[in-house]
Write a protein that binds this ligand. Sequence first.
Ligand SMILES: N[C@@H](CCC(=O)N[C@@H](CS)C(=O)NCC(=O)O)C(=O)O
Length: 118
Amino acid sequence: MGPPLTAILASFIRRRGVRRREGLETAHRPAKLLELYSFEGCPFCRVAREALNELDLDYVHRTAPKGNDARRAEVRGLVGLAQFPVLVDPNTAVTMAESADIVRYLERTYGPGTRPAP
Ligand SMILES: N[C@@H](CCC(=O)N[C@@H](CS)C(=O)NCC(=O)O)C(=O)O
């Protein structure tokens, strides 16, 4: 059995954003764990998870499958709607939705050649 369609789709989407990851020895590492609200079967969530993996970033996964009303309400409180993925970075007080924005943020903040914010 091959990978599910969502995995193929997510990898396709990801290819436009995250490409080769080299030079992580010069990457800034967060002091506090990042947090990601996501769920399986969500291709956009997978894009965010893959970016975290490629940048070698540890994170707390706050799983929010359909039916987890409490967790989904938590996300509505954070970004105003139940849309996934959502990244929380306690190091910079950034909370954000939109997978492409999350990938961009992670690259700029924790990608090769990054430095801690002054
Ligand atoms: N443009 C958004 C789309 C995100 C999106 O559509 N996420 C879906 C799941 S794949 C969602 O949150 N659906 C609402 C829900 O599950 O309740 C992104 O790239 O992050």
